[in-house]
Design a binder for this molecule. Structure first.
Ligand code: GMT
Length: 381
């Protein structure tokens, strides 16, 4: 087996944990000498193709009047086959079964015996949303069963996937990782730009999709007895406009600051005091991990894989989905107890660095690639 591998990566290029993870994985693989080819309809939003060994191949989607809905899966599949053939890819690592694994499997069928191995990473939605839809369920099950390797970003997602699809197939759990970057601005600079003095700054970063339960988040802020001295900063990877009426109704216009499609998240992480997440589904919670890496305690629901990331009472507090009263109690307690807040933040930072560091997780992926390619020495675990 060659010392370095040729890997095709397909992910959703839009703002979201799966794209961020796939992009950072590709960057780290390239740094270790592997050749990485991203294949997608757009450059993943954090992708930089200037370093050696990283390439981007766009998929062109033509719109034909014949199709009521434009089709992406088939041109993606054709591009995957073309790039696999041209560069002799060993692996097609796809993030999401729909439509990426389906396209990869079709590409391999076109390529015949010279096809790469397909590894599918499940990030959540394939199981928690589309897996419940009878129009998608059978094709997702098929894509999982036909992939030569399948990984899930948490044990919780692995178990839910097996029970949702009724499959026995081995699924390797490889948690998410994060590589913190140095902030380019000081905490004071960022706070000045946000118009803040010493307010307690709570951070939420997400795409604001319905499962994030932004309504619960706003209710917590409105109910805190410290609401006059706190601010909620939302780094939004989606449109915040639908939540504006709720913010007005709750009278928290002054408390809520929103910045959309931010790239330099480390500046805002550094300027914040606490992370908060009210998700109803979360297979891992990459942005929770980002908060932990910057030394912040996190208040979060106990949904899905979050409990593999946050330890209740040690690195933050976890509560049942929708338990607004407990969230408010936890928030007020941490505002009133800065030593405890610092302690929890430090414990979270240590846990993040130990369990979810890039060195460890990227090596797990490389080992798994080798295992799938038939290297007896690679354990795949
Ligand atoms: O959370 C989202 O809506 C975005 C979604 C994505 O596809 O980017 O995130 C999923 O993948 C992340 C990376 O593995 C996980 O950290 C998130 O928990 C997961 N989101 C959900 O399960 C809702």
């Amino acid at each position: 087996m060659p010392a370095t591998l040729k890997i095709g990566i397909t992910c959703y290029p839009s703002v979201g944990g799966s794209g961020i993870l796939a992009t950072e994985l590709g960057r780290q693989l390239a740094e270790r000498g592997h050749e990485v080819h991203f294949i997608s309809y757009e450059m993943p939003f954090r992708l930089d193709t200037s370093p050696a060994n990283i390439y981007f191949h766009p998929v062109n989607v033509n719109e034909y009047e014949l199709f009521k809905h434009p089709d992406y899966t088939l041109p993606l599949s054709v591009k995957m086959a073309e790039i696999s053939r041209q560069f002799g890819l060993d692996i097609l690592h796809v993030h999401y079964a729909v439509p990426h694994a389906v396209a990869a499997i079709l590409a391999c069928q076109m390529l015949g015996t010279k096809s790469p191995r397909v590894i599918t990473t499940l990030h959540g939605t394939d199981t928690t949303l589309l897996g419940k839809d009878p129009n998608y369920q059978p094709i997702i099950k098929h894509a999982i069963e036909c992939s030569e390797g399948v990984t899930a970003v948490s044990q919780s997602l692995c178990e839910e996937t097996k029970s949702t699809f009724g499959i026995e197939k081995e699924i390797e759990v490889i948690h998410n990782f994060f590589e913190p970057r140095k902030p380019a601005k000081t905490r004071r600079q960022v706070r000045d730009e946000l118009g803040l003095k010493d307010e307690f700054l709570i951070l939420h970063m997400s795409n604001l999709r319905p499962p994030k339960r932004i309504d619960h988040l706003m209710e917590i802020i409105a109910a805190s007895k410290h609401r006059e001295e706190l601010r909620l900063l939302i780094l939004a990877g989606g449109n915040f406009a639908p939540y504006v009426p709720l913010v007005r109704r709750l009278g928290i216009e002054r408390q809520v600051l929103v910045k959309e499609y931010v790239l330099d998240i480390e500046n805002y992480l550094n300027a914040s005091d606490l992370g908060i997440y009210t998700s109803q589904h979360e297979s891992f919670g990459l942005s929770i991990l980002e908060c932990m890496f910057y030394g912040h305690a996190v208040l979060t629901t106990d949904a899905g894989g979050i409990l593999e990331v946050v330890v209740h009472g040690e690195t933050g507090f976890t509560y049942p989905v929708g338990d607004t009263l407990s969230f408010v109690e936890g928030l007020d307690y941490l505002i009133e107890n800065p030593d405890r807040l610092r302690e929890m933040g430090a414990a979270g930072q240590e846990r993040a660095g130990e369990l979810f560091n890039s060195e460890k997780i990227v090596n797990q992926y490389i080992n798994y690639y080798r295992h799938v390619l038939g290297d007896e020495a690679a354990t795949g675990s």
